[in-house]
Ligand binder design. Structure first.
Ligand SMILES: NC(=O)c1ccc[n+]([C@@H]2O[C@H](COP(=O)([O-])OP(=O)(O)OC[C@H]3O[C@@H](n4cnc5c(N)ncnc54)[C@H](OP(=O)(O)O)[C@@H]3O)[C@@H](O)[C@H]2O)c1
Length: 329
């Protein structure tokens, strides 16, 4: 069936300015790490992208290695773009990254200029794009001078292959250094992508302040802790869930009875707010104005619809916050 985007797509989404840049991102963005590979159902993936675009999600996040197989999420996304969204490219912020293992030999991972430039060329080819909107250094490289990694990002922008650049998984000192080098090069860092959720709070230990002071946006990844902060595991591990499927990073062993008790108590707190646990977990991040967007995943359109409803209530009373802190202790 041909896809016609909804004419209401910009009616309800809220957009937030990304740091001190000219770009606004939707409060909720969609990531394609899982569920868009060649092991996944293509028509389901397509439906999720359609629903996202129809809901005002303008930002789609990829990386060279997303799949499995590595690269196949970009290939599938490119196919969906060509089939359904080509006339809407200027309404979209598409990001990709390089940093993790992609190909054999000494130039297939980490942070050398050689790797980053070649990897982006491959990503553009897979997606059938002339440029991406944001290109990230996916992780800091302890062995490559950060000056080289940042100068590769600067080069890529000057070549017109990316409009903006970002960093991901950089800790406080690493982030400060990278941001300062990029500023000197004249290609400011647009955004940082850290892992941040109720269950993963290292970003609160200085990173969020560093980003705010430098006018850099923040887009937390895995804001639902890969599904733990949802109703997914309340009654066991479903066979079609991330923890139930083979090969993922979330293992049934991660879902301990202690963790489940916390999840159940959070679920009760969410119900008191009239929200699903996923909605409360996203709202809890979005209550902080330093957060530009939350970068979620979804394996079904219904999950995306549920998560989007978080935007109906992102404010918390002090008692609600105290209760959540107590549960997370
Ligand atoms: N920069 C990095 O190093 C890095 C690393 C990881 C991720 N990321 C980015 O962040 C994106 C999101 O990561 P993530 O997929 O781990 O995010 P997440 O939002 O924490 O987890 C998504 C998973 O939670 C479950 N879920 C989502 N919404 C739900 C709902 N409303 N109700 C019940 N279950 C729900 C689904 O699990 P089931 O599949 O079990 O249904 C879904 O696949 C990635 O796609 C990627 O773009 C970046």
């Amino acid at each position: 069936m041909p896809y016609l985007p909804s004419s209401d797509r910009y009616k309800t989404m809220q957009y937030r300015r990304c740091g001190k840049s000219g770009i606004k991102l939707p409060s909720v963005s969609l990531g394609l790490w899982h569920n868009f590979g060649d092991v996944d159902d293509f028509e389901n993936a397509r439906k999720i992208i359609h629903l996202a675009f129809d809901s005002g999600i303008t930002h789609f996040d990829l990386a060279n290695n997303y799949g499995p197989s590595p690269g196949s999420a970009e290939t599938n996304f490119g196919k969906i773009l060509r089939q359904d969204l080509l006339g809407h490219r200027d309404e979209m912020i598409i990001s990709t990254k390089a940093g993790y293992y992609m190909w054999e030999g000494p130039y297939g991972e980490w942070g050398s200029k050689k790797y980053l430039v070649s990897s982006l060329d491959q990503s553009l080819q897979r997606m059938g794009l002339e440029y991406v909107d944001i290109f990230y250094s996916h992780r800091p490289d302890p062995d490559t001078p950060v000056e080289e990694t940042m100068s590769a990002l600067d080069l890529i922008v000057r070549q017109g292959k990316a409009l903006y650049v970002g960093i991901s998984n950089y800790r406080n000192d690493e982030a400060e250094k990278a941001i300062s080098i990029l500023k000197e090069l004249g290609t400011p860092c647009l955004i940082h992508q850290p892992k941040y959720s109720m269950f993963e709070r290292w970003a609160e230990g200085g990173l969020l302040n560093i980003l705010e002071e430098n006018g850099v946006g923040c887009i937390p990844f895995s804001p639902l802790a890969q599904g733990l902060l949802t109703n997914r595991y309340l009654n066991g591990v479903p066979a079609d869930s991330r923890a139930g499927r083979p090969g993922g990073f979330l293992k049934p062993a991660n879902i301990t009875e202690e963790k489940l008790q916390t999840i159940r108590r959070l679920n009760d707190a969410a119900q008191k707010r009239g929200q699903s646990l996923a909605q409360m977990a996203l709202a809890w991040l979005l209550k902080d104005t330093r957060i530009t967007s939350v970068l979620i995943g979804a394996s079904k359109p219904e999950q995306l619809s549920d998560s989007l409803k978080s935007l109906e209530n992102i404010s918390f009373g002090s008692e609600e916050l105290a209760e959540i802190e107590q549960i997370l202790k």
